[in-house]
Design a protein around this ligand. Structure first.
Ligand code: NAP
Length: 267
């Protein structure tokens, strides 16, 4: 690593400190590449807001997301990776060394590993933005405890929706899963657990069209798709788990992206 008044040079800059970025950091540090890792806004990425990870090899009892991240970080730092709490805001991959501008400074690097992960998708319905933090959430571990004894809702039919719904049962009185199709996308084990859980109920072939309330969420407007019937359903919270967008806006014009924004890779 070398530093001028304008920028710091490193053989390897890693963008993102989720499992991919931190695994890359571990390997690079052990190869004496002195990697610098820009953590972005969330050290650990999405797994850091996951309550429990049950399918990571080596943890037969399961491991809490934040614990797993702490271990990744310790292991990478042990071999000399340097984690920096900063976010890349512009990149120039057209010249060498590559240039990366951050919110605080600038870096040049002989190589850059992009591991910027993804962000939770929004429903993009009326009321959603307005009630973020007052009943609308994308993170059960962050916000679940605010809903002790209440009736809440989870939107989505994938693994995330069911896993987080199961987690939310520890706080909520009931958790209603609203899914747009009659079949869930989630794996069979999670489906079985959710269907057998006394606090979980399902509203299938149904979409949330609006989130309603005064200062906080009080209800949602639901549409049953086969019949077209629209009705209000009281709820104290709406947890949305409908998939993720790749965090690749930064690389537009710099790297090839597919139509969904994912980086096109070679072999
Ligand atoms: P996902 O598998 O893409 O599922 C998204 C769900 O949201 C789908 O059921 C989808 O409905 C629904 N959805 C999408 N857009 C919607 C919209 N605008 N309105 C209403 N519903 C909408 O996403 P995920 O559950 O976050 O999982 C992402 C990946 O991580 C998957 O590969 C998953 O297997 C993996 N994951 C694994 C675990 C685990 O193994 N324990 C846990 C979490 C995630 P449709 O089904 O109709 O498309």
């Amino acid at each position: 690593m070398s530093k001028t008044s304008e920028s710091t040079h490193t053989p390897l800059l890693i963008l993102g400190a989720g499992p991919a970025g931190l695994a890359a950091a571990l390997y690079a540090a052990r190869a004496d590449l002195e990697p610098i890792v820009l953590t972005g806004p969330a050290l650990g990425g999405q797994v850091s807001i996951t309550y429990i990870v049950e399918n990571y090899p080596g943890f037969p009892e399961g491991v809490e997301g934040p614990d797993l991240v702490k271990r990744f970080q310790e292991q990478a730092e042990k071999f000399g990776a340097q984690l920096v709490l900063d976010t890349a805001v512009a990149v120039d991959f057209q010249q060498r060394p590559f240039r990366v501008q951050t919110t605080k400074t600038a870096y040049t690097a002989d190589a850059v590993i992009v591991a910027t992960g993804a962000t939770a998708k929004q429903l993009e319905i009326p009321g959603e933005d307005e009630f973020i933090g007052t009943g609308v959430s994308y993170c059960a571990t962050c916000d679940g405890h605010f809903f002790k004894g209440m009736d809440i809702m989870v939107v989505g039919g994938g693994d995330s929706a069911l896993e987080e719904a199961l987690f939310l049962t520890r706080y909520a009185n009931t958790v209603t899963i609203v899914h747009r199709r009659d079949q869930l996308r989630a794996g069979r084990l999670l489906q079985k657990r959710a269907r057998n859980h006394p606090k979980i109920r399902f509203l299938l072939e149904t979409v949330v069209t609006e989130i309603l309330g005064d200062d906080i969420v009080e209800a949602v407007r639901l549409q049953h798709l086969p019949s077209g019937e629209i009705r209000e359903h009281p709820t104290a919270g709406v947890f949305i788990f409908i998939g993720y967008h790749p965090n690749t806006d930064l690389f537009e014009g710099q790297l090839a992206l597919d139509e969904r924004g994912y980086i096109v890779t070679d072999k």
